[in-house]
Design a binder for this molecule. Sequence first.
Ligand SMILES: *[C@@H]1O[C@H](CO)[C@@H](O)[C@H](O)[C@H]1NC(C)=O
Ligand SMILES: *[C@@H]1O[C@H](CO)[C@@H](O)[C@H](O)[C@H]1NC(C)=O
Ligand SMILES: *[C@@H]1O[C@H](CO)[C@@H](O)[C@H](O)[C@H]1NC(C)=O
Length: 344
Amino acid sequence: MFSSSTLVYSLSLFISISLLFFLLSPHILLSSSRHNLLSTADDLEDLSLFHRAAVSTTNNRRLISLSLIPPPKIAFLFLTNSDLSFLPLWESFFQGHEDLYNVYIHADPTSTVSPLIDSSINAKFIPARKTARASPTLISAERRLLASAILDDPNNLYFALVSQHCIPLHSFSYIHNHLFSSSSDQQSFIEILSDEPFLPKRYNARGDNAMLPEIRYEDFRVGSQFFVLAKRHALMVIKERKLWRKFRLPCFDNESCYPEEHYFPTLLSLEDPKGCSHFTLTRVNWTGSVGGHPHTYGASEVSPHLIHSLRRSNSSLDYFFARKFSPDSLQPLMGIADAVIFRD
Ligand SMILES: *[C@@H]1O[C@H](CO)[C@@H](O)[C@H](O)[C@H]1NC(C)=O
Ligand SMILES: *[C@@H]1O[C@H](CO)[C@@H](O)[C@H](O)[C@H]1NC(C)=O
Ligand SMILES: *[C@@H]1O[C@H](CO)[C@@H](O)[C@H](O)[C@H]1NC(C)=O
């Protein structure tokens, strides 16, 4: 019975993938002329990965209920297109918590990150493709990270997205305790905003009302790219097809094109608004931002006072992470890691 339903599932997947191939082709032809980095083959490969991850969870659920409940883990999803300057800081952060986390890295093929043979964090490099601003490639990369982490370890129950410019603001224990302290359904920590003045331009970046009928303007949301998702939401994201069909289209207006800041908040706000915090746990300083880049803290700005002030938030939780920091700030950050950053 199990194998016959699997067969039906596989067959229907095959048919829907084939259909999708034909349905999407005209878009692909159009978009490649506008330098879209996404190919149909890549999209199909992703679909297959997402499907495997979704199916693995259905099968795992039975196994877990039969065994003792294992300690819940946090999957840290590193997204980088350059380096991993803060690796030593993250290694200190993870030290002593080996059974409570996993690290997955999506390193652009153009990045300088090589396999971390000597690293203690046992990171897994997931199959990566090139990402670029003003394109849907960051959404794809984030979904690949989520799917790979779901597939790799059924005990990954939270999924924290960070970049090469992010640092921790608290100890690992503090973060783990706060995420798993509540006994009720775990919520996701993702910023979800409406009524931002630039929202109409962002909504129409692919052409006037191009998001219709799937996404109405009143359902369109924006939020920080950096989230901490609960597993049920991570699964929702990798199974999603409808919104992706629109978000994968290239923008005409690349100045208003930040698909990764809209896809996740719009989807979660439509599907489970009450299950989300609506605020992010990653602090960023937009004061004096230039060209869509926030303030980047340099070595001379690092101090215990900075860490304490970056932690402070207006929501129910302190900030867990902060960005952006320049590579030269690693040394002063290491200098205050044990006494300040990991003391809480
Ligand atoms: C947007 O397009 C213009 C003109 O095609 C180009 O010069 C610029 O680099 C693009 N910006 C981004 C963020 O891709
Ligand atoms: C944010 O960045 C500005 C510089 O752009 C700086 O003056 C300010 O102190 C920063 N705020 C915090 C809280 O670090
Ligand atoms: C908290 O809210 C106050 C008042 O709205 C604002 O000035 C401040 O910047 C906020 N702090 C953070 C960390 O968002």
